[in-house]
Design a protein around this ligand. Structure first.
Ligand code: 13P
Ligand code: SF4
Length: 344
């Protein structure tokens, strides 16, 4: 019996027609929507039947975001959604470290990963052995890991952060010595922000980078400031420090969207993955995007076909598996993040 409301190709086309970036296709045609609509309807039917929820990061393709996503957001909001969901199965349409975080928070649930490309340049830049070595090199330091790390790295660290709460969490940690990993850019931006806030901390950082955000530089900013003097430049803290320092706003992907809603400006340069620009085009049609954006191959390896497969006929490798001993230790690190984020 079908209970989910079915979408027609015409309705889907109306939803996606103004999006010109951020998909596996450059722009959406009615023909493309005729291919997507039956897949979307089958996924939504199966989702109900199997008591599953689909969590989607904003960087994933728009046909997934607007077709089947139950929750769409940044890493922090999605971890909270994963913690609070009553569904028995979680399909995490994003990247492995996000799926692992959902599994750590819900060991009794099935967490399925549809993404075909397994990775993230940041998460892959460090492992548990390197982290243990660093802990020996820097005794007395609180080890703060970005959520973009594997479960085994989280298990070696004290507190986890996301781009939405990194400054607040680090400020609240009652230790002046902080080792931040793995993102070098975010580590440098963290030092700058602590200085701005007058918070004295000795912050060391590792040397990982995100392949998407490292692409942006001062040339992008100079060009836009000259061509579009009214445009607001909005960047993610994984961008280079000089880029962040010369932006009008820096924040997590959800905070970037919130900034655009609140500011009266009409033109924006979004220095992050194209998926966020796609959401801007769909949700705020009166605001204009200027400049270009970069695609994350890992996020964009999620497809409707793979989401349908993991719901219908999952392969053993589609399930996120984390060793129960690791789960206990990594959960402590993630819970510490929730505590420091919710503290005054
Ligand atoms: P957000 O938590 O800001 O969505 O960032 C996730 C990410 O992977 C950025 O590259
Ligand atoms: Fe990883 Fe960068 Fe992709 Fe985010 S955008 S998932 S940090 S590679």
């Amino acid at each position: 019996m079908l209970t989910a409301k079915h979408i027609t190709p015409e309705e889907l086309f109306n939803t996606l027609r103004n999006i010109k970036v951020g998909g596996t296709v450059c722009h959406y045609s009615l023909k493309k929507c005729e291919e997507f609509a039956p897949l979307i309807n089958e996924i939504n039917d199966l989702k109900e039947k199997k008591n599953a929820v689909i969590l989607v990061h904003s960087y994933v393709s728009p046909e997934i975001v607007y077709g089947v996503g139950d929750y769409v957001g940044d890493s922090y909001a999605l971890s909270k959604n994963a913690m609070e969901t009553k569904a028995s199965t979680i399909v995490f349409s994003a990247v492995r470290f996000m799926g692992e975080t959902a599994k750590i928070l819900n060991p009794e649930k099935d967490v399925l990963l549809p993404g075909a490309l397994d990775g993230c340049t940041l998460a892959d830049s460090i492992n548990a052995t390197i982290t243990r070595k660093l802990r020996k090199e820097f005794p007395g330091y609180t080890f703060v890991c970005y959520i973009n790390t594997t479960a085994e790295v989280k298990a070696e660290c004290d507190v986890c952060v996301t781009s939405a709460n990194v400054y607040k969490v680090v400020q609240n940690i009652p230790n002046d010595k902080i080792y931040f990993l793995p993102d070098k850019m975010m580590g440098q931006n963290l030092i700058d922000e602590m200085q701005r806030r007058g918070v004295k901390k000795d912050i060391k950082y590792y040397n990982g980078t995100c392949a998407v955000h490292i692409e942006y530089d001062m040339e992008n900013i100079h060009r836009i400031r000259t061509e579009y003097p009214e445009a607001k430049i909005v960047s993610h803290p994984e961008c280079k420090p000089e880029v962040c320092q010369n932006s009008d706003f820096v924040g997590s992907t959800s905070q970037m969207l919130d900034y655009m809603v609140k500011t009266k400006a009409k033109e924006f340069l979004m220095l992050t993955e194209c998926g966020l620009s796609a959401r801007l085009q769909k949700e705020f049609p009166d605001k204009k995007l200027v400049g270009t954006c970069t695609l994350c191959p890992y996020m964009k390896s999620n497809t409707l076909e793979d989401i349908l497969r993991v719901l219908k006929n999952p392969r053993p490798e589609d399930y996120v598996r984390v060793d129960p001993k690791l789960i206990q230790r990594a959960k402590r690190c993630i819970n510490a993040m929730f505590q420091y984020t919710e503290a005054k």
